[in-house]
Structures are given as C-alpha cells and as structure tokens.
Design a protein around this ligand. Structure first.
Ligand code: ATP
Length: 229
C-alpha cells in the first residue's frame, strides 16, 4: 500500500533573486496510514514549512511530495483543495473564530463536506465535542473557555470531518502539563478510532511517548530518531 505521505528529495526556498534562501534540503520520509509521527527540532529548522507543504497550504517547488496518492508538485488548485478537504489542521493559537460558539466553530469544518446532510452534520459536531469532554460547553464562546478547552475545540474541529490526515503544530504549547497530556491523549484515541495519520510538531518532551515514530529536523534536514522516553 502506498504511504499516506511520501517525500522524496524535497527542497524548499523562500525569497527570490539574491535573497533566495534554501530552508529545506533533500528531505525524504514516508508516513503510513494510521501512524502517529512526532517531529522535533530547534526553532527555525523548517518544521512548520514542511507541515504546510504536506497540508497543501503552500506549493512544493522541487523534488517529490505525494500526499494521499496525489503528487503535490505541479498540482492544480483543485487537487490541493481535495487534499485540504481530507486534512485536519491544529495550528498554534487555536484559530477559533471569536464570534462563534464552540459548536459553530466545529460546524464550520462540516460545512466543507458537501455530502453530509445538515442534520447529520449537527449530530457529528455534538458527538465530537462530547468526545473531547466539552458536552457542557457546546454554546460557549472562545473567551469563556480555558486554553485547554479552546485547544479541545480546535481538535474537535480538526477531527469532525473524519480526515485521513491530521497536522498539528505545537498543539500543547501554552497548556499546563495535565491539559497538554489530555489533548494529545484525545487526539490519539480519536485517531485510532478513525484510523487517521497524525503528524505533530512539538517542542514538548512530555508528549513524545504518544508517537509511533520520531523524526528530527535540524537546519532544514530530516533524520529519524529512536524513541527513548
Ligand atoms: N514566509 C517566509 N518567508 C521567508 N522566510 C521564511 C518564511 N517562513 C519561514 N521562513 C524561514 O524559514 C526557516 C524555517 O522556518 P519554519 O517556520 O519552518 O521553522 P520551524 O522549525 O517551524 O520554527 P519554530 O519552531 O520556531 O516554529 C526560518 O529560517 C524562517 O525564518
């Protein structure tokens, strides 16, 4: 079976002309269906850049990047949208809309799913918020929720449409030890139930043990590391 994410000889550059700077160097990696992979590495090493490339949020420039069987280099906007529809994103700062309740924020991810009826979508939203322990906060606005609760809303939103891939950038940043632990456990359990592939970027050593595999980025280069936690 083809890996869900397959990277071969991937390079990436920012800027143009004499300001052009290479930030990713000849990356190669494969991530299989259902795997939970954690990527570590110092600030500025290129982790977020790689995550946004995999999530079809920026265009691959050189080498090969195949996601869900689709080559993303030279891909069309429509092909990129197809990948985004099958991906759940949990990025720093939650990105929740402040004018919307927890329910409405999660509902937004269902609005992108044309084949699910409104009634079914509503049911899935409530079930997912219950699964992350927010059954008593369905109609709360972000400012009425704690950091950990907001992060749970973001997780519910990322997972509600049953994505094949979840990309999480520092999902536990700014959370205390217990809330951080809780959110990764929730992600892991829901991912196991839904069989999706998870790639988490983190500086948080306390959550490394949820991974099946660790990869390390240093100065734009990837290496595999052994689990020693
Ligand atoms: N839009 C951009 N334009 C120019 N350079 C950029 C851009 N985005 C990132 N970079 C540069 O690319 C390199 C990699 O950045 P990236 O954000 O991927 O690192 P990171 O490992 O995710 O860092 P952090 O852990 O601090 O989030 C850095 O040198 C950064 O300054």
């Amino acid at each position: 079976m083809e890996p869900v994410i397959s990277i071969q000889g991937l390079n990436h550059y920012f800027g143009h002309g004499h300001l052009r700077k290479q930030v990713l160097f000849d990356l190669s990696a494969h991530i299989d269906a259902g795997e939970i992979v954690i990527m570590t590495g110092p600030s500025g090493s290129g982790k977020t850049t790689l995550l946004t490339l995999i999530g079809a949020l920026r265009s691959a420039q050189e080498g090969s990047l195949r996601v869900l069987g689709q080559e993303l280099r030279h891909s069309t906007t429509e092909q990129q949208i197809q990948i985004r529809r099958q991906t759940g994103y949990i990025f720093q700062g939650h990105n929740l809309l402040h004018a919307l309740t927890a329910r409405q924020n999660v509902q937004m991810a269902m609005d992108l799913q044309p084949h699910v009826s409104a009634k079914q979508a509503k049911k899935r939203v409530d079930e997912m918020l219950c699964a992350v322990g927010l059954q008593d906060h369905l109609d709360y606005y972000p400012h009425q929720l704690s950091g950990g609760q907001k992060q749970r809303v973001a997780i519910a939103r990322a997972l509600v449409a049953h994505p094949k891939i979840v990309l999480a950038d520092e999902p536990t940043a700014a959370l205390d030890k217990k809330s951080g632990r809780d959110v990764v456990e929730i992600m892991r359990n829901l991912a196991r139930e839904q069989g999706c592939t998870i790639l988490i970027v983190t500086h948080d050593n306390r959550i490394l043990d949820v991974a099946d595999r660790l990869i390390h980025m240093e100065d734009g280069r990837l290496s595999e590391t052994t689990l020693s936690v």
